[in-house]
Design a protein around this ligand. Structure first.
Ligand code: THU
Length: 142
């Protein structure tokens, strides 16, 4: 699975987006370190805050199947039925990803309208993060 293939899967996942309120469809494709892919889309709700983003849908699918090691996520989002337009992950999704990844090597691929993409390390998108290590009490014993 190369990055171009992952990007195509993210764009394909937009097709299942349930976004009747925003009409903004997002697809994500999450790659495990073993090479398996979990896709996700945004799923909105009449009670707006209940909706979930595509990235967290993909992570929830993977984590609930026992996956814990991830290398990259591709994200394609934009107005429904139109080309993707640089849908950077929201703050909640950045924090959610940080829980299950090594932010210094996990890559976030953001798809542009011509299907080219930018690659970012998660730590660039979420610097000085609060994560599992912040709550590791054993470090105080060292
Ligand atoms: N959305 C995502 O799926 N991922 C993001 O990182 C940003 C926003 C969704 C949520 C909502 O369904 C729609 O895009 C408009 O905000």
């Amino acid at each position: 699975m190369n990055k171009e293939e992952l990007v195509k899967l993210a764009d394909k996942a937009r097709e299942n987006s349930y976004c009747p309120y925003s009409n903004y469809s997002v697809g994500a494709a999450l790659l495990t370190k073993e090479g398996k892919v979990y896709t996700g889309c945004n799923i909105e709700n009449a009670s707006y805050p209940v909706g979930i983003c595509a990235e967290r849908t993909a992570f929830c699918k993977a984590v609930s199947e026992g996956e814990r090691e991830f290398s990259a996520i591709a994200i394609a989002g934009g107005p429904k039925g139109h080309a993707p337009e640089d849908a950077y992950p929201c703050g909640l999704c950045r924090q959610f990803m940080n829980e299950f990844t090594d932010a210094s090597d996990f890559e976030v691929l953001v798809v542009h309208s011509d299907m080219s993409f930018s690659t970012h390390k998660l730590y660039e998108l979420l610097p000085h993060s609060f994560g599992p290590h912040s709550l590791d009490n054993t470090k105080n014993l060292e």
